[in-house]
Write a protein that binds this ligand. Structure first.
Ligand code: GBH
Length: 490
């Protein structure tokens, strides 16, 4: 260290300490806001777009969606993207996270036919964002698989690796000059566990502890192959970055300082989230997942494990395919050991149960309890478990019934921002960005339009889908401007 660099170092330490209050975000911390294609776009069959598995599902099973709603029109963003950009601009965010609809770009799923109208829609949106100094952060897959690929087996056909890789390559070619942050998959758990395990989301296949793992195995390979495509064919010229987004709840042992409960919590977080992250950030399945599923398979008299084994080659190919750690965080659960031997299935394989305390503050959604302390613990856990990666919070948000004076949403965001600052200060967690879910009220999957997550209200009874700013949007705008959680720094 030279004298002058030592001087600079001392000065920066003094400045850092002088700031005293941990309530201020550094200037290079980024703020964003998020949506996803199926939840906002509408235009479900406009201009050559084909059906996604969600289109098919809501049309064939209206009764399975709250109030028999669907997203045929949703927020009508397919026709209102200029207004969307105006709203985003008002917030003053650094970036907008949205997703591309695969069947809008590739109606047959594969790259032999590209729907130019679909491409144009995203090209206009991206240009408009750039013009307004808003960085696009683009998710390639937020659950709306082309139905035509589902008809060929979807995520149970190994071809999904090629289909997705080719779709990803096309998107890098089409939009990569302007898009510098890519996300391959949003929340693989919802695709594999909810779609091919518990059969709650389309394609509603019951996996019995077999197909949810098979889906995960192919999905991780598809992620890795597209990362390699970006890395080898685009990175040098386009200079962007690409990763996956895994959703994590925090798992707290229901009984503290009890090894059985601590082990239950660790198993819970590994089966529910680590299973989608471990191969990418560390290599292979999490140890506890391998151990439990392999042993249970043996006890069930199976000659091969229900969990597909990665070859050494596959482990090496998938390991390291990330440029940052994308995490969605909403809530926490309490873990309890479940020693009762139950039939195969991911929820039974994990050997624990989850509960939420009735003492925790609720929200509009039954599963969402306000637990900012859980995010703080999770951030420390992620740092320690995954070798201190750069962490981007790609979603965090609060649901209610759509009130404009949404003080509870403000309080939720504020508390989560506070713990992010604390985790950075106290544990040195490298969180560099925060994304609020969501820009506006939208189609909240099977709960339809009941649970509202928006910073803007949307009137779904109005053919114009009128959007109205909520108090929380103004709060978030002030945070971004002042870089302080209470929206004002002295
Ligand atoms: C995210 O999922 C999604 O990325 C986003 O699209 C969504 O709008 C947002 O968060 C809010 O939900 O039906 O009772 O079995 C968050 C995780 C997964 C939580 C599905 C609710 C359904 C539970 N969500 N889960 S239930």
């Amino acid at each position: 260290m030279t004298i002058s660099s030592l001087g600079l170092f001392v000065i920066s330490v003094l400045i850092a300490e002088g700031q005293g209050t941990p309530k201020r975000f550094p200037d290079d911390f980024k703020f964003g806001v998020a949506t996803s294609s199926y939840q906002i776009e509408g235009g479900w069959n406009d201009d050559g777009k084909s059906e996604s598995i969600w289109d098919r599902y809501v049309h064939e099973n209206p009764g399975r969606i709250y109030n028999k709603s669907n997203a045929d029109i949703a927020c009508d963003s397919y026709h209102k993207s200029d207004e969307d950009v105006e709203m985003i601009k008002t917030l003053g965010v650094d970036y907008y996270r949205f997703s591309l609809s695969w069947p809008r770009i590739l109606p047959y799923g594969t790259t032999d036919y590209v729907n130019q109208k679909g491409v144009e829609y995203y090209r206009n949106l991206i240009k408009n964002l750039k013009k307004n100094n808003i960085e696009p952060m683009v998710t390639l897959f937020h659950w709306d698989l082309p139905q035509t690929l589902q008809d060929r087996g979807g995520f149970l056909n190994e071809k999904i690796v090629e289909w997705f890789r080719d779709y990803a390559r096309l998107c890098f070619q089409l939009f990569g000059d302007d898009v510098k942050t890519w996300i391959t998959f949003n929340e693989p758990k919802q695709t594999c566990m909810m779609g091919y395990g518990l059969a709650i989301f389309p394609p509603r296949v019951s996996g019995h502890g077999i197909l949810e793992y098979k889906c995960t195995y192919y999905l991780l390979k598809a992620h890795a192959e597209s990362w390699h495509v970006y890395n080898e064919e685009f990175r040098q010229r386009q200079k962007g970055r690409i990763s996956i987004v895994v959703d994590f709840s925090w798992w707290e042992p229901m009984v503290a300082n009890n090894t059985m409960f601590i082990a239950a919590a660790e198993s819970g977080i590994q089966f529910m989230s680590g299973i989608y992250a471990n191969a990418i950030y560390l290599g292979d399945w999490p140890e506890i997942v391998k151990q439990r599923v392999n042993e249970r398979s043996r006890k069930e008299g199976k000659t091969v494990s229900r969990l597909p084994a990665f070859t050494e080659e596959e482990i090496a190919r998938i390991r390291g395919t990330y440029d940052f750690f994308g995490v969605n965080f909403y809530t926490s659960v309490l873990a309890v050991p479940n020693p009762i031997p139950l039939p195969s299935g991911i929820l039974n394989d994990r050997g624990c149960l989850s509960f939420q305390s009735p003492k925790w503050e609720g929200a509009g959604s039954i599963w969402l309890k306000v637990t900012p302390w859980g995010l703080k613990k999770l951030l420390k856990y992620l740092k320690e478990t995954y070798n201190n990666p750069e962490i981007i919070i790609t979603e965090n948000g609060y649901s209610d019934t759509g009130e404009l004076e949404d003080d509870k949403r403000i309080s939720y965001i504020k508390q989560h921002l506070e713990v992010i600052l604390e985790a950075r200060e106290e544990f040195g967690v490298n969180v560099t960005a925060y994304t609020a879910w969501s820009l506006m009220d939208n189609f909240e999957w099977i709960i339809g339009y009941r649970d509202r997550f928006g910073l803007y209200h949307v009137d779904f009874t109005d053919p114009e889908r009128k959007r109205t700013i909520k108090k929380s949007a103004l709060y978030y705008r002030d945070v971004i401007k002042s870089r302080c959680v209470d929206g004002k720094c002295e």
